[in-house]
Design a binder for this molecule. Structure first.
Ligand code: SAH
Length: 263
């Protein structure tokens, strides 16, 4: 069946077999691996990966693509779920408690929500190999000091390490996207143990600091009590603070107007 790519679902399919082999080599699937694929599309990556692992579950929002995949007899160790990844409960993947490996050439318009959904469930997976727009990869993997370093960088790097693996040009996709891509690997770490309250405060501090990026911290953080924080110079601007420093700052800072913490 001929499928017209749907723009609203970020459908840019991978066709180039050499590139697909390269991506699979970077993922380096092991026979015992359990793979969760986000947005399998026409199954280009799915087919190559499923031959190398014990079990693969894939979530696809497009009913027509899902039906085609689900009817393919050779994908016997694959389970397909026709749903929105952002709305699917992780219990539906049926993986038990083993570490899942996440893979996806994902829709670029919902990259950040997908990454935050992954981070919310970060105890359940070991690593995530994702295709993302180059600019987003640059922000995710940025070091402090540069213009790419911002709220997304700090929130993600407080919970995971991000590595850029290879650059991917538009012409390996059908249809071609207007942007360059980078294949990245995200691995959860636990360098900063934050409970729910600490995380809510960290989120508020990082949001306020980068909400007014050009201002000195003393101004952008005017709603917080800074008196107990001795080790940070508040004349600094937010992009000069490392992730370590943001965590330290938010652990020491006082919350003048505590907000309701979402459960
Ligand atoms: N992995 C395939 C397709 C990539 S295009 C390939 O590399 O060729 C992105 C895919 O994600 C499309 O199939 C699209 O329908 C699907 N998709 C878009 N939004 C989604 C969502 N919220 N949940 C699950 N899948 C989604």
């Amino acid at each position: 069946m001929k499928h017209r790519a749907r723009k609203q679902w970020g459908q840019n399919f991978l066709k180039d077999s050499n590139l697909l082999n390269k991506l699979v080599a970077l993922i380096d699937p092991k026979p015992e691996d359990l793979i969760l694929e986000i947005g399998p599309g026409k199954g280009a990556l799915t087919k190559k990966l499923s031959q190398k692992v014990s079990k693969l579950t894939a979530v696809e929002i497009d009913e027509r693509l899902y039906s085609t995949l689900a009817s393919q007899k050779e994908l016997t160790n694959c389970t397909f779920i026709n749903d929105d990844f952002l709305q699917t409960s992780w219990s539906e993947y049926g993986f038990g408690s083993q570490g899942i490996r996440v893979v996806g050439n994902i829709p670029y318009n919902i990259t950040s929500p997908i990454i935050f959904e992954l981070l919310k469930n970060r105890s359940k997976w070991k690593d995530a190999h994702l295709m993302v727009q180059k600019e987003v990869a640059d922000r995710l993997a940025a070091k402090s000091g540069g213009k790419e370093y911002g709220r997304l960088t700090v929130m993600v790097q407080s919970q995971a390490d991000v590595e850029k693996l290879i650059s991917i040009p538009p012409d390996v996709f059908v249809p071609k996207p207007k942007v360059d891509s980078i294949f990245i690997c995200i691995k959860p770490h636990s360098r900063y143990e934050m409970d729910k309250n600490m995380y809510a405060r960290f989120d508020a501090v990082v949001r306020a600091a980068f909400g007014q990026r050009r201002k000195m911290l003393r101004n952008s953080l005017a709603d917080f009590d800074l008196t107990k924080v001795k080790s940070i110079d508040f004349d600094r601007r937010p992009e000069t603070l490392s992730v370590d420093e943001f965590v330290l700052l938010s652990n020491k800072i006082g919350w003048i107007n505590p907000v309701e913490i979402p459960s």
